[in-house]
Design a protein around this ligand. Structure first.
Ligand code: HEC
Ligand code: HEC
Ligand code: HEC
Ligand code: HEC
Length: 425
């Protein structure tokens, strides 16, 4: 059958781009285009301007994204590639899709260089249309967006952007094969990773006026919802289930398979959490965080979410059809509950959520390393949101020490650290 041209174009667009479509819509002119000393390449922050104009230097010197391509030249990457039986990682699409701004050839301008790694336009969108006018004083952010600038200030869109590489999508996924070849395990939490990326922007008065502002609590919640959604979409992605009965291992909690056999750490919630002793557990860390976030503010929704999570975990031990159905039910639930990410939380409510996270940890309900790790990241993010992170640093350091290494992680030690923390928060 011959497809009409418009549909062909659509099919090509959705299969050829590993970026979110908005990022790859227009030509990418390359980081060098942004780097000139009259643009974003100033040595120091410029006073009296909307943006500091030293963004290039921060990115090039402090931000690992500028080195992401060079990571593919390192000995570890060579080993990963050799173990996978693929060619040079600096030319393999599967590696470049996350370690560089791998837009199709016809979207690369004359100064574009793959070796720039995760460059400005990998996050801000191809600048072909907006490069000319975007610096004019009269220009609004809305006008820039209409010309293809990516709305990275919007929490959901930012989450989708970061997660496209830090979790992966069906078009670019760090499969279990890549992990088993030696790739570091991927972890992500939107608020924490936003804080950890060396900031080349500052949310000051004029920023708020131009772009609005997000509270730390809302950014954390958005990250949990979008990460959960990303994992569920992957879980029901036919692409990752080519054989049918073999699930993609990377969707499951890595340490439910990978830990020493003489240190038992089965999930203490057992059948109540949908998992029989010895059962394989899907990654549900973000759904667990959302349960804690809802416990006080919407107990009914929390009950629904818990039931759906249990159903997902048991479906993950059955077959692809059951998994797809359970993932769809959760995706539908998340869609309805999406306004949660924008709900205004009082200080008392945020304090409650932080305590609830620690309470679950202290009760040794956390068999999964990935859940423990999300709790620690979340407790720190909420501490930033509450403005007491520095005052709590000693307790946070103890929690981080307990989740430092997934392989040697001991749930009872983590519970003990959480019990102490509970008295300090
Ligand atoms: C789904 C996106 C994705 C894919 C696909 C991917 N990576 Fe990565 N890679 C990442 C992210 C994200 C990190 C950083 C992880 C972190 O620290 O949180 C990373 C980290 C690494 C590191 C460690 C870098 C360092 O500085 O320590 C190496 C090496 C690496 N990747 C090589 C590869 C190779 C080789 C391939 C192709 C076989 C590949 N990656 C495919 C996303 C990806
Ligand atoms: C890994 C993603 C990422 C990369 C790479 C990146 N940025 Fe950003 N950038 C962000 C995020 C997130 C924000 C904050 C949200 C926003 O304002 O869009 C931001 C904000 C900005 C701002 C807005 C400041 C303001 O006050 O409005 C400028 C200017 C900027 N980036 C320039 C650059 C330049 C130039 C580069 C390359 C040298 C670059 N960015 C690379 C993610 C990125
Ligand atoms: C195009 C893919 C891509 C996108 C989009 C992306 N990242 Fe990354 N990010 C990477 C890779 C690859 C690395 C590892 C680079 C290395 O170590 O060489 C990384 C590393 C990081 C690190 C350092 C992690 C560590 O363990 O030290 C932080 C923090 C981070 N990213 C935050 C973000 C945030 C926040 C966003 C969204 C605004 C984002 N990233 C978007 C690919 C991406
Ligand atoms: C269903 C169980 C299961 C899950 C879940 C799982 N793996 Fe594996 N993993 C295996 C098996 C089986 C092997 C192959 C072991 C061998 O060849 O000896 C393996 C191999 C590995 C290896 C190489 C070990 C070696 O000694 O060569 C690494 C690294 C690895 N996995 C990381 C991960 C990461 C990271 C995750 C989570 C994203 C994960 N695994 C999830 C079962 C699992």
């Amino acid at each position: 059958m011959k497809l009409p041209l418009a549909i062909c174009a659509l099919l090509i667009t959705t299969t050829a781009f590993a970026q979110t479509p908005d990022i790859a819509r227009y030509q990418h002119l390359g980081a060098a285009t942004c780097a000139s000393s009259v643009c974003h390449g100033k040595i120091a922050a410029q006073p009296g301007r909307n943006v500091a104009l030293n963004e290039y230097g921060i990115w090039a010197k402090e931000d690992v994204h500028s080195r992401a391509y060079h990571a593919l030249e390192a000995p570890l990457s060579k080993r990963i590639a050799a173990n996978m039986g693929i060619g040079n990682p600096t030319t393999e699409k599967i590696c470049l899709d996350c370690h560089a701004d791998n837009v199709p050839k016809n979207r690369r301008g004359p100064r574009f260089q793959l070796s720039d790694g995760v460059g400005c336009e990998a996050c801000h969108g191809g600048s072909e249309k907006w490069i000319e006018g975007h610096a004019a004083a009269s220009r609004t952010h809305k006008e820039n967006l209409a010309q293809g600038m990516y709305p990275s200030e919007q929490p959901v869109q930012r989450a989708e952007l970061c997660l496209s590489c830090h979790l992966g999508t069906k078009d670019k996924f760090a499969t279990h094969m890549i992990m088993a070849a030696g790739h570091p395990r991927l972890a992500f939490e939107l608020e924490a990773y936003t804080t950890n990326q060396p900031a080349h922007f500052s949310v000051d008065a004029d920023y708020k006026q131009r772009k609005g502002a997000i509270t730390g609590m809302n950014l954390w919640l958005t990250g949990q919802i979008e990460s959960a959604r990303g994992l569920l979409l992957l879980a029901r992605s036919d692409v990752l289930h080519p054989v049918g009965i073999v699930p993609e291992f990377a969707l499951y909690d890595c340490h439910s398979c990978h830990h020493p056999m003489d240190r038992l750490r089965g999930n203490k919630q057992g059948p109540a959490a949908g998992s029989k002793t010895g059962g394989l557990r899907l990654q549900t860390q973000n759904l667990v965080m959302l349960q804690a976030a809802l416990e006080k503010v919407d107990p009914q929704a929390r009950g629904e979410l818990t039931t759906l999570t249990v159903a997902l975990i048991s479906a993950g031990q059955r077959d692809v059809a059951a998994l797809n159905a359970a993932a769809d039910a959760l995706l539908a639930w998340l869609k309805v509950r999406e306004p949660l990410s924008r709900r205004a939380f009082s200080r008392a409510e945020i304090l409650d959520v932080r305590k609830l996270l620690l309470r679950d940890a202290a009760a040794d309900k956390v068999g999964d390393y990935a859940v423990a790790e999300q709790i620690v990241l979340g407790v720190e993010s909420l501490s930033y949101a509450l403005g007491d992170r520095n005052a709590k640093k000693a307790a946070l350091d103890k929690l981080y020490a307990a989740v430092k290494d997934g392989t040697t992680f001991v749930p009872t030690q983590f519970a003990a650290a959480a019990k102490i923390a509970l008295t300090k928060f």
